[in-house]
Design a protein around this ligand. Structure first.
Ligand code: ZN
Length: 467
């Protein structure tokens, strides 16, 4: 498909990207109440996933599946109108005091039932910035001495609504409009044919189905969890953690982080770290910005809060390792399209010298169905074999290094504690003042700004048309 047409037909997932986050909030009082009813988000802006298409009625698989799960839900049933499937119970409800013996030195598990949602910010809303907790975190960020670049917040609406920021996207290294990354961002696994497996936005109602599949196939993943959904389902978070999966942060309320003030970014990251610590006893050292929306300002704050940034692999403006599964539940893509995207990802993985990190989600019935029914079986049958691991392990580090309390600080200094010479120190960010040298690193990889602008403009146009 030619670029212009590709851009046009690619826009539906961009328009509705992560829209369900806005519409489907997990009610604490009624956790079964979530249903994918609203597709569109005025915030939807992600500009780089062009591997999916808007035509959801006539797409067929462009390849032959090598392997599927014998119990897979038929592809024709993985649709936005799918009937609600029964949910699985957790494999284990962990007793307080249980010790994760697979992480040397890990503290005992806290009592999940003792966590009171009233002690945490509201579900899916950026927390207030004047609470004692956030004021303390703001002070702690200041105490690190890490300069926060003076970059204005972006407007909601993404690239098409941010002319000045787009013009400055390379300098501020704004991933959303151009795909810029810094050397501090983790976007690949170093070793070829290694897949850093990740699932975002849970814990969700169907996460236990995924956990069961992982258990059956001895797989481990990284879960980028949304803080306000963790306080809704702390026992599920504990089950993920105690099964040996890596738990990492995905903010408190899943906003576009560059639209938030410094204090709001601190609140989002601080509360997401705190609920994980309160539920698990350990504090994550990694996070993923929702929608990949990060610039040097947000990067600096994350670094000051001891969080390393993980995005997903992107080898060109039109080749991102994004399955596009996040709009399955809202009807933005079909299951066949997601599988075609997955086939492209596997094909692209053979063209790069490193391993890869791909984007998938565990919030929805449909995303879990396609993962356990098709994507994971296909990956397990791939030749050459993928080495499938959590992100921390694909980086050649033990799971213990995923958490503050168990990290080996001598070999893996956390970002804010790292010596200046440490490779992860933000030496390359622009407009920094002493003590860091102002070595400006190029965006990586180079991006096609014109194509990004075109996609952004078309995205905005179609969002008006489609509502
Ligand atoms: Zn997300």
């Amino acid at each position: 498909m030619w670029p212009a047409l590709l851009s046009l037909v690619a826009l539906s997932p961009l328009i509705s990207a992560h829209g369900p986050h806005i519409a489907q909030h997990i009610a604490r009082a009624n956790p079964a109440a979530s249903s994918p009813t609203t597709a569109h988000s005025s915030l939807a802006t992600s500009s780089t996933n062009t591997t999916t298409t808007a035509n959801t009625t006539s797409v067929t698989l462009t390849f032959s599946l090598i392997s599927t799960n014998p119990t897979a839900v038929p592809l024709s049933d993985i649709v936005s109108s799918a009937s609600t499937q029964p949910t699985q119970a957790l494999t284990t409800t962990w007793q307080p005091g249980s010790v994760p013996t697979f992480i040397p030195g890990a503290p005992a598990l806290p009592n999940a039932l003792a966590l009171n949602p009233a002690n945490y910010p509201a579900l899916d809303k950026t927390p207030p910035t004047d609470s004692p907790e956030v004021l303390q975190w703001i002070q702690e960020v200041a105490n690190t001495g890490i300069p926060i670049p003076d970059i204005p917040v972006t407007n909601p609406g993404g690239c098409g609504n941010n002319t000045a920021a787009v013009a400055n996207a390379t300098e501020r290294c704004w991933w959303t409009c151009g795909g810029c990354t810094r050397p501090t961002d983790i976007t690949t696994c170093p070793k070829k044919d290694t897949w850093g497996l990740t699932y975002d936005d849970g814990p969700g109602l169907y996460t236990p189905d995924l956990l069961t599949y992982f258990q059956q196939h001895s797989l481990h993943s990284t879960f980028f969890v949304v803080g306000s959904r963790c306080i809704s389902r702390p026992a599920m978070l504990q089950d993920e953690y105690m099964a040996g999966h890596q738990i990492a942060a995905h903010t408190w309320s899943h906003p576009y982080m560059t639209t938030r003030t410094n204090e709001e970014v601190i609140a989002e990251l601080g509360w997401s770290k705190k609920i994980i610590k309160d539920a698990l006893g350990v504090t994550p050292l990694h996070w993923r910005p929702p929608f990949g929306d990060i610039d040097d300002r947000v990067r600096a704050i994350a670094t000051a809060m001891n969080l390393e940034t993980v995005i997903w692999t992107r080898i060109s403006p039109t080749q991102t390792f994004d399955t596009g599964d996040y709009t399955l539940a809202a009807g933005g893509v079909t299951a066949q399209q997601v599988l075609n995207n997955w086939e492209s990802i596997m094909g692209n993985s053979s063209k790069i010298s490193t391993g890869f990190i791909a984007l998938e989600h565990d919030l929805w019935q449909q995303t879990v169905d396609i993962a356990v029914g098709y994507i994971l079986p296909e990956a397990l049958a791939h030749s050459p074999s993928f080495n499938i691991t959590p992100v921390i392990e694909c980086l050649n580090m033990p799971l213990a290094n995923a958490y503050v309390e168990t990290n080996d600080n001598s070999t893996n200094p956390p970002p804010a504690d790292a010596p200046i010479s440490h490779v992860k120190r933000p030496q390359s960010w622009p407009k920094l003042v002493s003590p860091y040298p102002d070595h400006r690193a190029p965006c990586n990889p180079p991006v096609d700004q014109a194509a990004e602008h075109q996609r952004a403009a078309l995205s905005t146009l179609l969002s008006y048309i489609l509502g």
